[in-house]
Write a protein that binds this ligand. Structure first.
Ligand code: OOB
Length: 544
């Protein structure tokens, strides 16, 4: 978690990127400044609709702080949030901020494998869930997490169920005003999750100063103001939905946040028409789903000005359809929870807006495009493909509590993405060097799937690959070598899927496809060659 050297830090302050405002100040200031305006529209954990002004949101956040306090949470503690897109999510985030508690932004799709790791790494004081989420029993889930932690000699977190909140008044000692904390703007405000490249989760420490800078600058680039209405379709805690410009960007400018409880075009189109939504953010598969649905239904999307698409590579073909079919300008967003976010600008010519993934937020985002095979990470020729390294005022220089080789000695983050940089500074994402699958924007470290599979008695070897998929961009294919060749096929595939589920893996990490091979191609040093395996499968599937 290295801080930058003092000269860089002084530069970031002198440029006005890092200011003294903390998220506690942010909540107090914006909820007062915009008190009477509509802040948040959505349903609660019981599915009941709500519409909160900034003043009402401040009150709700204050009650949430008190409830966290009643569960034993104190300023400086970490609290894991695993909530769906319900208003309590925003309320609890602000409740954490106003009392100096550090939220850990998990997803409702995470299961015991992930939640146990987050709780352990963050030494979480509490975990916040919504009892029954889309038919999944979150309380039973956190009980299993607690048992796992106890088994490892750790103290399990307090469980806070927002479904249990409704109707009951806040604790009697609900503090009215802002809770004063001593933490400064340079301290850790929140922990985001890394997409990961190993079987062990990594948490991303974002400070008040760095995250708020990215929020302010993003809001400006995306043209947000008091009249903006943002529809949140993606999981709200994800960095894209939270800060690019996201929920925090809209609250920063006095706009309105509308939460979609489910990502279906039907729900989103209704909300867009009813709430006169101006901006939303999608991953490429959702953009495709919207396009095909809009062609059939002719929804009223007339209020929509901008549709952001990011999280995974948007094809030029789909980018070209967004304007004509959905009637809004496309803005490509290539970001990462570790920091760097690139946007195509709203006044970019189509040629850039439709075919690049944007340019960095900050003039002080430093970009290096290097030869991934060169031991000294030499920069490639201008315009050539290479691995992206970055350093800047809102990019981390280390993960929370672990040493990794993801950072260079001079503090650049090795993103693991392959890019080309155009003379305008725009980046085109061309591939990846990290062992990660990007399934329609959801990131899966191959090791997370391979690890549990290798522990299965009938598996001799297993490799997880991202195969090209017309809808998801990449789908998860696991190639397995088994001793019991007679069992290779559907039956064993089902058993292995059950095995992964029992290992407590998030649902989106479960393989879309299993393939069985007798031998795996290897590299000259004898390691499995992912590249050749992928090639082999692509050819095999094309032929079948
Ligand atoms: C966003 O953040 P993460 O942390 O879930 O994932 C980051 C990774 C990037 O390193 C890259 O591999 C991939 O996701 N990615 C894209 C992309 N946007 C992200 N790959 C190609 N084209 C794009 N437009 O995904 C994220 C964070 C903030 C804003 C937007 C996305």
């Amino acid at each position: 978690m290295a801080a930058p050297p003092e000269d860089l830090a002084a530069h970031y302050r002198a440029q006005g990127y890092w200011i003294d405002e903390t998220f506690a100040d942010f909540v107090a200031d914006r909820t007062t400044r915009f008190a009477g305006r509509t802040a948040l529209v959505g349903v609660d954990a019981h599915g009941r609709p709500h519409r909160l002004t900034y003043a009402a949101l401040a009150d709700a956040a204050s009650v949430a702080s008190a409830r966290l306090g009643a569960a034993g949470v104190v300023p400086g503690d970490r609290v894991v949030l695993a909530l769906p897109n319900v208003i309590e999510l925003v309320v609890v985030v602000l409740g954490c901020f106003r009392m100096g508690v550090v939220p850990v932004f998990a997803q409702p799709a995470h299961r015991e494998h992930e939640l146990s790791q987050f709780c352990a790494i963050a030494d979480a004081a509490a975990v916040v869930v919504s009892g029954d989420t889309d038919g999944h029993d979150q309380l039973a889930l956190v009980e299993r997490v607690a048992a796992d932690l106890r088994g490892r000699g750790l103290v399990p977190p307090a469980v806070i169920d927002v479904q249990g909140w409704s109707g009951s008044p806040g604790p009697p000692d609900t503090p009215g005003g802002q809770v004063r904390t001593s933490a400064g703007a340079g301290s850790v405000a929140l922990l985001q999750l890394s997409g990961g490249t190993t079987g062990v989760a990594k948490l991303i420490p974002r400070t008040h100063a760095d995250y708020l800078y990215s929020v302010r600058a993003s809001a400006e680039i995306c043209g947000l103001d008091e009249e903006s209405v943002l529809l949140v379709v993606l999981p709200a805690a994800h960095n894209f939905a939270m800060s690019s410009p996201g929920i925090l960007g809209a609250l920063h400018t006095g706009g309105t946040v509308v939460l979609a409880r489910d990502p279906s075009p039907r729900t989103s189109f209704r909300l867009i028409a009813d709430e006169r939504v101006t901006l939303t953010s999608l991953v490429p598969p959702l953009a495709q789903a919207w396009i095909s649905s809009a062609r059939r239904r002719m929804p009223d999307l007339s209020s929509l000005e901008v549709i952001q698409v990011g999280g995974a590579r948007l094809s030029d073909a789909v980018a070209t359809e967004i304007g004509p079919v959905l009637g809004a300008r496309v803005q490509q967003v290539f970001g990462m929870a570790e920091g760097l976010v690139n946007y195509t600008r709203l006044d970019d010519p189509d040629e850039l807006a439709l075919t690049t993934q944007g340019r960095p937020i900050s003039p002080d985002d430093e970009i290096r495009v290097v030869d991934p095979d060169s031991p000294d990470e030499a920069e490639v020729a201008p315009g050539a493909e290479g691995a992206l390294l970055t350093r800047g005022p809102y990019t981390i220089r280390g993960y929370y509590g672990v040493e990794t080789d993801a950072f260079t000695a001079d503090g650049f983050y090795r993103t693991g993405d392959l890019v080309r940089r155009l003379p305008t500074g725009h980046l085109v994402v061309t591939g990846r060097v990290k062992d990660q699958i990007n399934r329609g924007g959801e990131k899966v470290a191959t090791e997370e799937i391979e690890g549990p599979l290798l522990a299965h008695p009938e598996v001799l070897d297993a490799v997880a690959l991202g195969l090209p998929d017309p809808y998801l961009g990449e789908r998860i294919c696991v190639v397995v070598r088994t001793e019991r060749e007679e069992r290779a096929g559907q039956e064993l595939a089902r058993e292995l899927a059950d095995h992964l589920r029992a290992a407590g893996l998030a649902t989106y990490k479960l393989p879309d496809q299993f393939e069985f091979l007798d031998t795996f191609p290897v590299t000259p040093v004898g390691k499995n060659s992912r590249r050749e395996l992928r090639q082999l499968l692509v050819t095999r599937l094309q032929e079948s």
